[in-house]
Design a binder for this molecule. Structure first.
Ligand SMILES: [Zn+2]
Ligand SMILES: [Zn+2]
Length: 234
């Protein structure tokens, strides 16, 4: 793969990233990161599900999440969770060990029963198979697509991201990628990014699956889809 050696790598300290990857409800790193679709604030899944059982507003910004079924406004943020596991050493292993003990002490088998089944019944869109203990297969329940992410050539203001090759589930939406990029580039929330594919600005709701169709992505060849990003004009 080509590698641009002239680019200065972005150096990040974990304490600078912490505000973006720590759950404000439990003060721990996100576990099963879950985002409120109304305001895009993220929490651990179990923390926000429990919180919204008795309340209707986002704990961070107080936006009303929903009148009667707030859980319908939550989405698992797989991209974010992947970032957290990549950034925080041994978090994944610790969480796996914790889950294993949780299941064992209840005489259950990991991979068959999830601990918070009751909370999930009205929570279908978050349902996914329980993670197995094989790290390499953690997200394999979902088809993946390869992306190559570069700054738009006419936006000299923007740095390149260090890791420009990304694999993500096909249902990842442009909005999630934009959030990931904003975090990687340490952009303030006031600066929005546009993501482009083949010169076309993507709607935030566009899933990567759609780009596979547009660009005639070949799963066997797996040549990454080129995406560009640029600052949205203010
Ligand atoms: Zn939490
Ligand atoms: Zn919020």
């Amino acid at each position: 793969m080509e590698e641009d050696v002239t680019v200065k790598p972005l150096t990040l300290r974990i304490q600078d990233l912490n505000p973006h990857i720590v759950c404000s409800l439990c003060a721990g790193y996100f576990i099963d990161a879950t985002t409120i679709t109304e305001c895009l604030h993220t929490f651990c899944k179990s923390c926000i599900v429990k919180y919204l059982q008795t309340r209707k507003h986002c704990p961070s910004c107080n936006v009303k999440v929903h009148e009667t079924q707030p859980l319908l406004k939550l989405k698992l943020d797989i991209v974010m969770q992947d970032i957290v596991y990549k950034l925080v050493p041994r978090l994944y292993e610790k969480e796996q060990a914790r889950q294993k003990i949780f299941y064992q002490t209840r005489g259950l088998h990991l991979g068959h029963v999830r601990p918070d089944r009751s909370a999930e019944q009205s929570f279908d869109q978050l349902a996914r198979p329980a993670p197995t203990l094989h790290r390499g297969h953690f997200y394999c329940f979902d088809k993946q697509v390869s992306l190559r992410i570069e700054p738009s050539s006419n936006d000299a203001e923007l740095p390149k991201i260090l890791q420009k090759f990304v694999r993500c589930p096909v249902r990842t939406r442009a909005l999630q990628l934009e959030k990931l990029l904003r975090r990687k580039l340490l952009l303030p929330p006031t600066r929005e990014l546009e993501i482009l594919c083949s010169g076309m600005v993507l709607d935030q709701d566009t899933p990567m699956k759609k780009l596979m169709v547009i660009t005639a992505y070949d799963e066997k060849e797996d040549i990454p889809i080129l995406l560009n990003y640029r600052l949205k004009k203010q």
